[in-house]
Design a protein around this ligand. Structure first.
Ligand code: DC
Length: 229
């Protein structure tokens, strides 16, 4: 591993892609298998939206939102049953963070440059030995432009909508496939067309299409790539 000024350089694997591409699941599995840290950057944008709701900061108040982003008091933990737990100022907001509303709010706050800037240092602080798997939209293009391996995970819009629909149904949320499909298309458009850090593959990213592939196969492909870096 290379050394900079006597310090070991911590390797980073970035996994970017649109909603429903499976990057959250793949990133978690790859991080577990490698024993590396995991950054779920989308959760940070979702937390800004949840915090704004709790503190009645308007979603068009750029300065107020950037202040929230800069001062988020958050802890990512694993509860006794192995499920994720997200604590905001000590209270459990896991359900709120994973809600559709938070996803839509996150996509809105994510267009504000001052919010993105405020979250940069916090995201980079996750880079700790022995390595980091970073999941998001701009991990390979902006936050970890020097990553050792960049993966851009895609899947057809149809398949992504079906996966998301199943996830929501499994959580007991009553939605229609048509509505989920519409949300996915809208969110993709907003994330790809924004002027700051839009969703797009880094020039040196490897594109991986997960359509029709079991999770284990996609995870293994990424692990094979990591073993060659
Ligand atoms: O991956 P997710 O669904 O949790 O992300 C929620 C929103 O946050 C997504 O619509 C866009 C935004 N986001 C972003 O702009 N940059 C990231 N690195 C991660 C998420």
């Amino acid at each position: 591993m290379s050394r900079v000024a006597g310090q070991a350089r911590v390797p980073v694997l970035t996994i970017d892609g649109p909603s429903g591409s499976g990057k959250g699941t793949i990133a978690r599995q790859v991080a577990d298998r490698l024993g590396w840290h995991l950054l779920d950057s989308g959760a940070l944008y979702r937390l800004v939206a949840v915090d704004a709701e709790r503190k009645a900061v308007a979603l068009d108040d750029d300065e107020g939102l950037a202040r929230l982003a800069a001062h988020l008091d958050v802890e990512f933990a694993i509860s006794a049953d192995g499920s994720e737990q997200i604590l905001l100022e000590g209270s459990d907001v896991t359900g709120a963070v994973r809600s559709e509303e938070a996803g839509i709010g996150a996509s809105g706050v994510a267009v504000i440059p001052a919010v993105r800037e405020a979250l940069l240092g916090r995201q980079r602080a996750f880079r700790q030995a022995p390595g980091l798997v970073a999941d998001g939209r701009d991990m390979g293009t902006q936050v970890f432009a020097d990553a050792d391996l960049k993966v851009f995970l895609t899947a057809s819009a149809d398949e992504r909508a079906k996966r998301r629909y199943k996830q929501l149904k499994d959580k007991g949320i009553d939605v229609s496939l048509a509505a989920v499909s519409r949300d996915i298309v809208d969110r993709d458009r907003r994330d790809s067309e924004r002027s700051v850090a839009p969703l797009k593959p880094a020039e040196d990213a490897r594109i991986l299409d997960s359509s029709g592939k079991p999770i284990e196969e996609v995870t293994q492909t990424v692990l094979d790539w990591v073993s060659n870096i």
